[in-house]
Design a protein around this ligand. Structure first.
Ligand SMILES: Cc1cc2nc3c(=O)[nH]c(=O)nc-3n(C[C@H](O)[C@H](O)[C@H](O)COP(=O)(O)O)c2cc1C
Length: 333
């Protein structure tokens, strides 16, 4: 059976996404301006970075101010926004999901794939793959608390060669009414390394009556389209491939065939700087953006000292003037 084109809409528990290209949840990265950027370049659904259900439940100030926020500009573009929550306590999840709904989420996504020890040691993230009964209870509670469709993002299993994540996906849909599964077919053990098991993803697509959103290894257009073809997944979820490269959304959607010009890359970085400053204020943005600079600047093939100067920059003003100095260089190219 051929899957519909990625440009066609699909629905998750009755919520429609205008196309099948999704921004992945990215911890420390997927705030409103990164989601807005993905929407500007065509993403049909965006997912927030993972947010602690405990932090929401206890109204942690930084969480409420920095993470549980949808910017009005995100709503200028079609397509739902999901907040991804993590945690191991069903009652806390019920309350956090209710609050996430009050703060504008269209979908609640649950993280059952995070392999980070800090998260797993509390029984959250990928630890839930080994506790399917708790996972089902948490998913039910999220749905009841929020009144929204619930999706779950998980991995193939705890260890390579195991399929406990696959089994959990079946149970979550069957027993908790989960509306879609975002499937990253790498084990928690290998974190982000190695080849995803697309065969297992294809099997899940066949088995599940709800959409499977494929994650993992979708680093460029060719890889994304090939993995989509192989699995028949309802949608694809772009992660590391989209860091500093929002053009990947356009390319996967068939809206663009050329790589971005140098001017476009500089202009996009400049947009990120403006929006990060709006979000965090210039002082915090200056520190926060240091990880973002190489994603953009490495595409310009700048010399090492220039790259280092950006990463060691002290202020947004300094970065803006360094960017202005690059402009003649980029327009000459
Ligand atoms: C920096 C970083 C942060 C991530 N944060 C999250 C997260 O908050 N929640 C989640 O479910 N997955 C998270 N992931 C996993 C990605 O969503 C995605 O499943 C993974 O990177 C595989 O896709 P890729 O090979 O195309 O990058 C993260 C990955 C990276 C690299």
């Amino acid at each position: 059976m051929t899957a519909p084109p990625l440009t066609e809409p699909f629905t998750i528990g009755g919520v429609e996404a205008p196309n099948r290209v999704v921004l992945a949840p990215l911890a420390g990265i997927g705030n409103w301006f990164v989601r807005l950027q993905a929407k500007r370049f065509g993403a049909g659904l965006t997912v927030s970075e993972m947010i602690s259900s405990f932090a929401i439940h206890h109204r942690n100030e930084k969480t409420m101010r920095d993470l549980l926020v949808i910017h009005p500009d995100e709503r200028a573009y079609p397509g739902p926004i999901a907040f991804q929550l993590f945690g191991q306590d069903p009652e806390v999840m019920r309350s956090a999901a209710a609050t996430a709904a009050e703060h504008g989420a269209d979908i609640i996504d649950l993280n059952m794939g995070c392999p980070v020890p800090k998260v797993m040691k509390n029984g959250a993230g990928a630890a839930l793959i080994s506790d399917p009964a708790a996972a089902v209870e948490i998913a039910r509670a999220a749905g009841e608390g929020s009144g929204l469709p619930v999706t779950v993002k998980l991995r193939s299993g705890q260890k390579s060669g195991e399929a406990d994540g696959y089994q959990l996906a079946l149970r979550l849909v069957d027993e908790a009414g989960v509306a879609a599964i975002a499937f990253h077919p790498r084990s928690a053990q290998v974190k982000h390394k190695g080849s995803p098991d697309y065969e297992l993803a294809a099997k899940l697509v066949e088995q599940l009556p709800v959409p499977v959103i494929l994650s993992g290894g979708l680093s460029n257009t060719e890889a994304t389209l090939a993995a989509r073809e192989q699995t028949g997944a309802a949608a694809v979820m772009l992660a590391r491939g989209a860091l500093g490269n929002p053009w990947l959304f356009e390319s996967v959607l068939g809206l663009r065939s050329e790589p971005p010009a140098r001017e476009e890359i500089v202009a996009e970085l400049s947009w990120i700087i403006d929006r990060a400053s709006e979000h965090l204020g210039e002082e915090r943005a200056a520190r926060y953006l240091r990880t973002f600079y190489p994603w953009y600047l490495e595409q310009l093939a700048l010399d090492k000292p220039t790259l280092i100067a950006f990463q060691q920059s002290e202020s947004i003003d300094q970065v803006r003037s360094m960017l202005a100095e690059l402009e003649p260089l980029t327009s000459a190219a």
